[in-house]
Design a protein around this ligand. Structure first.
Ligand code: DAT
Length: 172
């Protein structure tokens, strides 16, 4: 089994779960959606009224994941990245989506107007891309586009190619 850990990040709605679940089923990596993990374990520290969402208890999330990350073979999905220990990840993929497409996806999700505009601005200003660049070595940060239906398949092939290269390097 692959021992590497991958972080999939990006604005909500860019397609992290779609890509992460499919990639996990093909690669044997374990897919972990941090929002689902937090929901199951009630890993919260209050409620954000403006954006109508629970506030993640980041320390408890890290405690919860630490052992699995040490073992390796995990693909983590979350719309944030600066609180994870840098040592956890071998590669970080930031998914990006065309803003007009993202708007429709988030509208379908029923986001309120404040939350919708906030996320659209995050994507426009490349907030997650900047956050990954500030938190991880630029050598391990890659951007992938996920706007069109054929993109997940192309992205899976790109990630598989990256893993092939990584395995050659560690075999030396
Ligand atoms: P995220 O996990 O980043 O919040 P998601 O994987 O749940 O996003 O995707 C949001 C919605 O968009 C979902 O209905 C699936 C769809 N979707 C994801 N990637 C897509 C793509 N490349 N082309 C078309 N639809 C896509």
């Amino acid at each position: 089994m692959l021992q590497l850990n991958i972080l999939l990040t990006g604005t909500p709605g860019v397609g992290k779960a779609t890509l992460g679940k499919e990639f996990a089923s093909r690669s044997g990596l374990k897919y972990i959606n941090v929002s689902d993990l937090a929901k199951e374990g009630r890993l919260y520290d209050g409620h954000d009224e403006e954006y109508d969402c629970p506030i993640l208890d980041e320390d408890r999330v890290i405690d919860e994941l630490e052992n699995q990350m040490k073992e390796g073979g995990v693909i983590v999905d979350y719309h944030g990245c600066n609180f994870f220990p840098e040592r956890w990840f071998h590669i970080v993929f930031v998914l990006r989506t065309d803003n007009s497409i993202l708007y429709k996806r988030l509208e379908t999700r029923g986001y309120n107007e404040t939350k919708l505009q906030h996320n659209i601005q995050c994507e426009s200003f490349q907030v997650l891309h900047e956050e990954t660049r500030a938190s991880y070595s630029e050598k391990i940060v890659c951007q992938l586009v996920s706007s069109d239906p054929e993109d997940p398949e192309n992205n899976i092939n790109q990630i598989l190619k990256w893993i092939e290269e990584w395995m050659k390097i560690i075999a030396v």
